[in-house]
Design a protein around this ligand. Structure first.
Ligand code: GLY
Length: 351
């Protein structure tokens, strides 16, 4: 079954299709765009992308932070130019979130903007990265420091791509599905994966429609991410994004409890949801809390001081200027476990 989720952004509106085989809508999407040529940038085998129906250049790509840099964007744009791609043509990305990010940025910049269609192949890319128009590359100074908002013309989340996804990669995406529980989609546990994906995308589409440029409600999507990002950096990315966000979600629950925003059952719910998905809920044993606090002060949401998206009587919201001593105290009370056990904990995941 295919679910169609509209992202309503006036003239930048588009549909996200979720379901088995939806990649086969690609030629129809390309035809509707009126493109004469397509460049397909794919981190997956050529057979994973259907025929576009127009003259096509296939460029191989690699998923991963290593290639998510400005020189890749320059190389892609050079290939687009040599192929003769025009502004009325289309770029197609196929791969995980790093691929949709870098290809999305190349499409945003080439001829000041050419249509892009994403075929996300990882769970993380399907539920988050490919939807909402954020594109970016890294600089030596940090992640995602150069980017643009460039909405795709369509996103085809083919759930058949996920059947060969390694277990840990699947869990990486489940971290984002778990955080949906606290920002408006509390009923996802136990649903079949395609329904969880569709519900997560529906939630995100609604938030992005309210706040495309991330000046308010879009912060909600970063539930659990303030500590999550700090943990990714502190562990040199030994924790995957979704695992780190899961631990950050448990921490966000405890912090909301410590600030009197939610009661103990609300705090406990955070751990229960994260553990339901088989995700880790404890801090890595040898990560220094001071390093985490320092890193969290650099979070983009924090203008000054420490800022977190936290549950509360009005639902989840951004809370700025959280006292450092409360953060330190909650970190000190978090359970700890060896990194290899935390990663191992993810083996028993349920959806
Ligand atoms: N990944 C968070 C956002 O798209 O805003």
């Amino acid at each position: 079954m295919t679910t169609t989720i509209p992202v309503r952004l006036e003239e930048r509106s588009y549909d996200v299709l979720v379901g088995p085989g939806v990649r086969n809508s690609l030629p129809e999407v390309v035809r509707r765009l009126g493109a004469q040529r397509a460049v397909v940038v794919s981190a997956r085998p050529p057979a994973w992308v259907p025929d576009t129906g127009v003259e096509t250049l296939l460029l191989p790509a690699r998923d991963g932070e290593h290639d998510k840099r400005l020189s890749t964007v320059e190389e892609l744009c050079g290939e687009f130019a040599r192929f003769g791609l025009t502004r009325s043509d289309v770029v197609v990305s196929c791969g995980g979130g790093t691929t949709t990010d870098v290809v999305g940025l190349a499409a945003a910049l080439y001829h000041r903007g050419v249509a892009v269609v994403h075929l996300p192949t990882s769970l993380l890319a399907q539920v988050d990265a490919s939807v909402g128009g954020k594109t970016a590359v890294n600089l030596p100074a940090g992640k995602n420091l150069v980017g643009a908002y460039w909405q795709p013309s369509a996103v085809l989340c083919d759930t058949d791509y996920l059947t060969t996804l390694p277990r840990r990669e699947l869990l990486n995406g489940l971290g984002e599905i778990a955080r949906c529980h606290f920002i408006g989609a509390p009923g996802l546990r136990g649903l079949p994966l395609p329904e969880q994906i569709a519900a997560s995308v529906t939630l995100k589409a609604g938030i992005v429609a309210q706040d495309e440029r991330d000046t308010g409600p879009r912060h909600l999507l970063n539930y659990g991410h303030t500590l999550g990002h700090a943990l990714e950096i502190a562990t040199d990315f030994a924790l995957r994004h979704g695992e780190a966000v899961a631990i950050g979600t448990v921490f966000a629950g405890r912090l909301a409890g410590a600030l009197g925003r939610i009661d103990q059952s609300g705090v406990d719910e955070h751990r229960a949801v994260v553990r339901h998905y088989g995700l880790p809920a404890a801090l890595p044993a040898d990560v220094d809390a001071d390093v985490l606090v320092r890193q969290m002060r650099r979070d983009k949401k924090a203008i000054a001081g420490l800022a977190f998206v936290l549950a509360g009587p009005r639902g989840a919201e951004l809370v700025r200027d959280v006292p450092a001593e409360v953060v330190t105290d909650v970190l000190a009370r978090m359970p700890r476990d060896r990194l290899e056990n935390l990663v191992g904990a993810t083996e028993a995941a349920a959806t």
